[in-house]
Ligand binder design. Structure first.
Ligand SMILES: [Ca+2]
Length: 293
């Protein structure tokens, strides 16, 4: 484990700008500590309670049924623009405000955690059902195709307190307030699935989004995911997406005192990922992806 004091000290030194997010990835042994941090770009959106995820990517006039008919564009979910939605990238969210699925009800972005529901009419428009707290902030990833051009996948399932979420295309997923607890906890990470080019934000309801009230103010941060995998012996490999075009890999022996140095070893490229083997017997090192200033 990383002693809390070390993480606190790192966090004081890992902020090249105010759009940095960071988290520990893998601690290999008492000698080598690898720490991953990421510089992210952010964009903000207002997500009305009327935003129905099952209308994502559908053309004007399309509907999403149950007893109340929602339609494009009145009840369309909110498309995320201004941040990169690349496969293999990592998103995080903050969400404030409140939404109500019926008169007199109002819930924060985590929704009513005493009222988990399925959407009453199941999957629709090629988009899977989901089991989530009523009124919660949801997301759904799409590729460039209209979602009803292929069958709906099975629902994505995850605890709302997960640290990392890995939904597939066309699987609505819980976002909530972006923290592991409600209003507190650590920042949750959402990995963009293969093929994804679009993300839409909406809310959870059983049916009939048209009469929902309120809205969430949502900020989305996107950053390329830097991963570490043991590869046997005294080696690990770092991988990160090749479409992280402005990012460079940096290391520090002690971020508090040594500063960060750009890694000059040339990585291999394999299926859209940079891959760089690291000998972990040398010394303690910390790694991050950063956008040089
Ligand atoms: Ca939460």
């Amino acid at each position: 484990m990383v002693p809390e004091g070390v993480l606190d000290r790192l966090n004081q030194h890992l902020n090249p700008t105010d759009y940095t997010m960071k988290f520990p990835k893998l601690i290999l042994n008492c000698k080598v500590l690898l720490f991953v941090t990421l510089a992210a770009k952010a964009a903000s959106f207002t997500v009305p309670g009327t935003s129905n995820p099952w209308l994502a990517g559908m053309p004007n006039g399309s509907t999403a049924g149950c007893s109340g008919i929602d339609a494009v564009p009145a009840e369309s979910p909110v498309p995320v623009t201004g941040v990169t939605v690349h496969a293999g990238w990592m998103l995080s969210f903050t969400a404030t405000g409140s939404v109500g699925y019926q008169g007199g009800v109002s819930d924060p972005a985590d929704g009513d955690t005493n009222l988990f529901i399925w959407r009453h009419c199941g999957s629709e428009n090629g988009i899977a059902n989901v089991f989530a707290p009523a009124d919660a902030l949801l997301g759904v990833f799409l590729d460039d195709t209209q979602p009803d051009s292929s069958a709906a996948p099975s629902p994505f399932s995850a605890s709302i307190t997960n640290a990392i979420f890995t939904p597939d295309l066309k699987q609505p997923f819980f976002i909530g307030d972006g923290l592991t607890d409600t209003g507190s906890g650590s920042v949750q990470q959402f990995i963009v699935p293969a093929g994804a080019t679009r993300l839409f934000l909406g809310t959870m309801d059983g049916e009939g989004w048209y009469n929902n009230v309120g809205s969430f103010s949502v900020t989305v941060k996107a950053a390329p995911l830097l991963s570490i995998q043991p590869t046997g012996g005294r080696q690990v490999q770092l991988t990160w997406p090749t479409n992280a075009v402005r990012y460079s890999l940096e290391y520090a022996t002690d971020p508090a005192t040594s500063g960060w140095t750009t890694v000059t070893n040339n990585p291999e490229v394999m299926t859209g990922q940079f891959v760089l083997p690291i000998d972990i017997s040398v010394s303690q090192r910390f790694f991050r992806l950063n956008i040089p200033q």
